[in-house]
Write a protein that binds this ligand. Structure first.
Ligand SMILES: [Zn+2]
Length: 303
C-alpha cells in the first residue's frame, strides 16, 4: 500500500489529493445516478449542455473550472459551482477521516471513506432533486454487512458487536450483528417517526428515502451511532427550518402591511408550513453522521 511508506503529513496530502479526484467522480454519480445512468459508461465526461467530450486537461478537479472561469470551452455555457464545491468538500472529508483514523488501520479508513463518499452523493442529489438515490441507500444497506465482515474494526465502538463477540476485540460475527442491528434501528426509528408524523400532520412527513438512508448509516456506525446521527440531523434541520419560517413570516408581514390585507398572513403561514415540510432531510442525516464517523470512539464513551 503506497501510503503506508509515507510520513504522516505526506500521507494526509495523498488522501486529500485522492479525495479531489474521487470528488470529480462523485460529480458524475450525482449527475447520472438520478437518471439511472451508469457511472462507468460512457467513460469520458462530457459537457451537460453541448454533450462535447472533455479532454483530460478540462477534467482536472477545481483547476479546470477555475482556469476556464466557470465556462465550457466548447459552448461557453456556465459550469455550475457545484462541481468544484463537491471536489473540495470530498477532499476535506477524506482528509478529516484520514486524520482521525490510525495510519495502519487503512481497511477501516477505506470502509469509512466509502460511506462518506456515498453520503456526499446523497446530499447533493437530495438538495437538487429532493430524492435520495437507491444506489446510496439500498447499496449502503448491502455494503454495510459485507464491509463489516471484511473489516470488523468498523464496529469496534458498537456495544452489541462486543456483546456478541464476548471480548474487547470485535470478531466477524460481532461486526455483522452490529451492522444488522444498526440497519434495523436506523431504518426502524425513522419509519416509526414517519408513521407518527403522518398521523399528526395528515400528510407524508418522512420520505422513505430517508428511512433507507439512516438504515445504511446505521449499518456502518451501529444502532447508537445511527440514533446520535439522527439527533444531530434533527437539530440542524430544525435550526434551518425555523430560520426559513421566520424569514417567510417577515416577508409575509411586510407584504400584508403593504396591501392592508391581513389574510395574506394565513396564506403565507400555509406556504411556510409547506416549505417547512419540503426541506430535504437527507443532507442533514448525512451531515449528522459525519461527526459520528469522525468522533464516535470518543462520543460512544459518554453513553
Ligand atoms: Zn459545452
Amino acid at each position: 500500500m503506497i501510503w503506508l511508506g509515507l510520513p504522516r503529513e505526506l500521507a494526509l496530502v495523498w488522501w486529500g489529493t485522492v479525495g479531489l479526484f474521487v470528488g470529480s467522480f462523485l460529480n458524475v454519480a450525482i449527475y447520472r445516478w438520478p437518471k439511472d445512468g451508469s457511472v462507468l459508461r460512457p467513460t469520458r465526461s462530457f459537457c451537460p449542455t453541448c454533450k462535447r467530450q472533455l479532454t483530460w486537461y478540462e477534467n482536472i478537479p477545481v483547476v479546470s473550472w477555475a482556469v476556464q472561469r466557470a465556462r465550457c470551452r466548447g459552448c461557453s455555457q456556465p459550469i455550475s459551482a457545484r462541481y468544484p464545491a463537491v471536489e473540495l468538500f470530498t477532499s476535506a472529508v477524506w482528509l478529516a477521516l484520514a486524520y482521525v483514523t490510525p495510519h495502519e488501520a487503512w481497511p477501516l479508513l477505506l470502509a469509512r471513506l466509502a460511506l462518506a463518499s456515498g453520503l456526499i452523493v446523497a446530499t447533493f442529489v437530495d438538495f437538487e432533486l429532493r430524492e435520495i438515490p437507491d444506489q446510496v441507500s439500498i447499496g449502503g444497506m448491502w455494503a454495510a454487512p459485507v464491509l463489516s465482515l471484511l473489516v470488523p474494526e468498523l464496529h469496534r465502538d458498537t456495544w452489541i458487536a462486543h456483546y456478541v463477540s464476548r471480548s474487547s476485540e470485535v470478531d466477524r460475527a460481532g461486526a455483522l450483528a452490529g451492522a444488522l442491528a444498526g440497519i434495523a434501528v436506523g431504518a426502524g426509528v425513522l419509519y416509526i417517526v414517519g408513521l407518527v408524523g403522518e398521523r399528526a400532520f395528515r400528510k407524508e412527513a418522512m420520505g422513505f428515502g430517508d428511512v433507507k438512508l439512516l438504515g445504511a448509516i446505521g449499518g456502518f456506525v451501529g444502532p447508537g451511532g445511527a440514533l446520535v446521527a439522527l439527533v444531530i440531523a434533527s437539530f440542524l434541520g430544525a435550526l434551518v427550518g425555523v430560520a426559513n419560517i421566520v424569514r417567510l413570516f417577515a416577508f409575509a408581514r411586510s407584504r400584508a402591511r403593504a396591501r392592508h390585507a391581513s389574510n395574506r398572513i394565513s396564506t403565507s403561514y400555509r406556504a411556510a408550513r409547506q416549505l417547512g415540510g419540503e426541506i430535504p432531510f437527507g443532507p442533514y442525516l448525512a451531515l449528522g453522521s459525519l461527526p459520528v464517523l469522525l468522533y464516535w470512539s470518543e462520543l460512544s464513551r459518554w453513553f
